[in-house]
Ligand binder design. Structure first.
Ligand SMILES: *Cc1c(COP(=O)(O)O)cnc(C)c1O
Ligand SMILES: [Zn+2]
Length: 415
């Protein structure tokens, strides 16, 4: 299989997370360059590692909706001066983009050509429920490792899919180290970070292929909520491959939209845990976040302890794209979660609303430019989120008696 070390360029014959020679991050690069062109035309799986049987539930192919009603608040303030789209990854089968990677992981494990028989995953949230669902569909044993005391609506979803859940007396980093120690030729570590496996990042490239298929030109910016960053890194890799691949492709990053240019990646983190943004601003390699995690935006609060190199890989993708990085206060994230729901009809989980909040807060998108915000997960995943941040997401209902037609009619038709 075409898995290549990003450091020494040696090839790995089988699915491996790190290079056996230099420990570099391993990525998937298709042998056939035509596969990228075909993927943009609709054959997305053709650009992924080949499998004998696809474990699929229709993941990907998510709607791209315009946020034109919000451009006044998102742009430079001159009316419809920028074009903003939301890609609704929240409408994947388990309600987050993680299904792209999980479908591929489950397909590789289920493939009799590989030596894998089972999956292990360290996650308290969307990766756990997604991997558990695809494991159930494929009939593959699946173990989920979480820190003891984890209370999350998402764990209910995991339990429903019948995965074994193990609670570790330790931090998330301890859970990830444990998953790495368990992983071998028979057990795939399906955790959604580069150093666990090359499959998840590879699958996330399809976000780029779908955007190139849907839009007449590549967007100028893609705004991505980032934990360790395989979504950002995968999306960037997809755009880069597509630009290199096209006959007229000049692949200079961040140039104005015309065929062949690579969109700038906007890396979005929460201020209470932003190791990648911090390194980007200081122009130095990413280091683990050793301070307390002070944010309620859990899905992107990854301190990278023990795998800071993963964050660095993401920072390099941002730099290569000519992009930028921004850390947001929780109050802005929750404010934009409410705006998206009440003014655009999109109920996003807080981490996902951060992608839109970052457009407003950073002011980086210039007049005439197009930006796509990835709505990575559904609001129903964290129904209590608004209240956690101290501001109820909805007002209490107004008490009325059963003959309150006039009151309700007046509320609807004022003036
Ligand atoms: C996992 C996740 C992210 C972050 O993606 P990474 O690829 O881990 O950086 C963002 N938003 C949501 C809702 C997620 O579940
Ligand atoms: Zn190597």
């Amino acid at each position: 299989m075409p898995f290549v070390c990003t450091e020494c360029r040696r090839r790995e014959p089988t699915v491996r997370a790190r290079c056996r020679h230099c420990d570099g991050v391993v990525v998937y690069e298709p042998d056939d360059p035509g596969a990228i062109e075909a993927a943009i035309d609709g054959d997305r799986w053709g650009a992924l590692p080949a499998v004998s049987r696809r474990i699929t539930m229709g993941e990907g192919e998510t709607p791209l909706v315009d946020l034109s009603g919000l451009t006044d608040r998102l742009g430079t303030g001159n009316g419809d001066d920028i074009e903003v789209y939301a890609k609704l990854e929240s409408l994947n089968p388990t309600c987050s983009f993680k299904d792209r990677g999980s479908a591929l992981c489950a397909s590789v494990v289920a493939d009799p050509e590989t030596s894998f028989e089972a999956m292990v995953v360290a996650s308290t949230g969307n990766t756990a429920s997604s991997v558990a669902a695809y494991a159930a569909r494929a009939g593959i044993p699946c173990a989920v490792v979480v820190p003891a005391g984890t209370a999350s609506a998402k764990l209910g979803q995991v339990a429903a899919h019948g995965a074994e859940v193990f609670a570790v007396d330790g931090s998330f980093s301890d859970c990830f180290s444990l998953a790495q120690a368990i992983a071998d030729d028979r057990i795939l570590n399906a955790t959604a970070v580069y150093s666990a496996n090359p499959l998840v990042t590879s699958a996330n490239r399809t976000v780029a292929f779908e955007l190139l298929d849907a839009l007449s030109a590549p967007p100028d910016w893609v705004s991505v909520p980032v934990g360790a960053g395989p979504l950002l890194g995968g999306t960037h890799a997809g755009f880069r491959e597509a630009a290199v691949d096209r006959p007229d492709g000049d692949c200079r990053a961040g140039e104005s939209s015309s065929t062949g240019t690579i969109p700038r990646q906007l890396c979005v983190q929460a201020r209470g845990c932003h190791p990648i943004v911090e390194a980007f601003e200081a122009d130095r390699p990413v280091e683990a976040w050793e301070r307390p995690i002070e944010t309620a935006v859990g899905a992107i609060a990854d301190p990278l302890v023990g795998y800071a190199a993963d964050g660095e890989y993401t920072r390099q993708a941002v730099l290569e794209s000519g992009g930028s990085a921004v850390a947001l206060a929780d109050e802005h994230v929750f404010e934009w979660q409410r705006i998206l729901a009440s003014a655009a009809g999109i109920y996003a989980e807080p981490a996902s609303a951060a992608s839109v909040a970052a457009i407003a807060e950073s002011g980086l998108v210039e007049e005439g430019e197009t930006v796509v915000a990835l709505i990575t997960g559904h609001g129903l995943k964290e129904p209590e989120a608004g209240t956690v941040a101290g501001a109820p997401a909805v007002d209490d209902p107004i008490a009325v008696d059963p003959a309150a037609e006039a009151t309700i009619r007046d509320a609807l038709l004022t003036g």
